[in-house]
Design a protein around this ligand. Structure first.
Ligand code: NAG
Ligand code: NAG
Length: 340
């Protein structure tokens, strides 16, 4: 059903954009050439030959057109901008920069529905929370061209609970998970619960400094000294933003989300509303807070792993308490957090 709706939306969108092409197409073409050149120097993009440049330009132009026509609608609560992903098709983008695998809803308790929800009785969630202000969030990292969002999301959640329980914020190693968590498949994708399980079984995880990120899977060096440990992980009851609120009021929480849409890809700020995305979880991020915008829109604060140039300095505010139980872009379907 959702995919049919998406298809219809996509068709509507395509026909609208092609309508815009016929009017003033030449002007757009000329300015697109110039914007592509500017974009290439801004993002240090070098193409090996003219044919590649020509085909990348066609993709860039499509993305640019999407961004510009989107931004013309003053009613939107968020803005888009061309960014380092703007010469990639949505398919290429999805293949290179995500990497979440989600367990089937019917699979074992171990992997999905942990029985207990430690934060179930939390009553004081307050109006807002920003774990960055509590010093529980490390600077935004960059997974680069490696589908290991699962490692970045899990590590951010462990960094958070470690700060909350031990009082010290330490940047931890995604590379250790990438190399040593062989139950996951490195840059080919992974499960959040398996990342937490590895840290439990390995009796800890080391620092980013002692085991820095390489953007590819390498030989495992598991003997580096331990900087943080966790004892367990739990999932938040599914499709329940109220339960997610209770959890995030207590600690940063890893979530699966559909990050593959054209708007998500080029989001540059404001409250994202889940438009142009589905509910199939392609990407993992970490929810590090929530609040209400000046315009009165409730939002979740997401820490992403696409560097500081994406979104609001690497973060996204995305609409909270939406009509659909699965949340905007499906973010309430699979939320998981570690315990100290
Ligand atoms: C913006 O919102 C106004 C008021 O709801 C509406 O009349 C108008 O059609 C909207 N514009 C677009 C481009 O959707
Ligand atoms: C929540 O409260 C209920 C009722 O008092 C209690 O049975 C349950 O153990 C509590 N849950 C947790 C995780 O403390």
């Amino acid at each position: 059903m959702a995919s049919i709706i998406f298809l219809i939306l996509a068709i509507l969108l395509c026909s609208r954009t092609s309508g815009a092409t016929s009017r003033g197409g030449g002007l757009f073409e000329a300015s697109a050439v110039e914007k592509h050149e500017q974009w290439m120097s801004r993002f240090h993009r070098v193409y090996s030959h003219d044919a590649e440049k020509a085909s990348r330009f066609e993709i860039f132009k499509k993305n640019l057109k999407f961004v510009e026509s989107f931004n013309m609608n003053a009613n939107k609560t968020y803005k888009l901008d061309v960014n380092k992903f703007s010469d990639l098709t949505d398919e290429e983008f999805k293949a290179r920069y995500m990497g979440l695998l989600v367990p089937e809803a019917t699979s074992s308790l171990d992997s999905y529905n942990t029985v207990s929800f430690t934060h179930e009785n939390v009553t004081e969630t307050g109006e807002s929370m920003d774990w960055r202000q509590e010093g529980a969030v490390t600077p935004v990292k960059n997974q680069g061209q490696c589908g290991c969002c699962w490692a970045f999301s899990a590590v951010a959640a462990v960094e958070g609970i470690t700060k909350i329980s031990k009082g010290e914020l330490v940047s931890l190693s995604e590379q250790q998970l990438l190399d040593c968590n062989t139950e996951n498949t490195g840059c080919g994708g992974g499960y959040l619960w398996k990342a937490f399980k590895y840290i439990i079984n390995n009796q800890g995880i080391t620092t980013e400094d002692s085991y820095p990120y390489q953007t590819s899977q390498q030989t495992c060096y598991s003997t580096r000294s331990v900087a943080a440990t966790i004892s367990a992980y739990e999932t938040v009851p599914q499709n329940d933003e109220e339960a997610l609120l209770k959890a995030v009021s207590q600690q940063p929480v890893s979530v699966g989300i559909d990050g593959s849409g054209a708007a998500f890809k080029q989001y540059s700020g404001g409250i994202f509303d889940g438009e142009y995305c589905g509910t199939y979880q392609t990407h993992a991020v970490t929810v590090v807070g929530y609040g209400t915008s000046e315009e009165g829109i409730k939002y979740w604060l997401l820490k992403n792993s696409w560097g500081e140039q994406w979104g609001e300095n690497g973060y996204m505010r995305i609409k909270r308490d939406v009509d659909a139980p699965e949340g905007a872009c499906g973010l309430a379907q699979y939320a998981i957090y570690p315990l100290a």
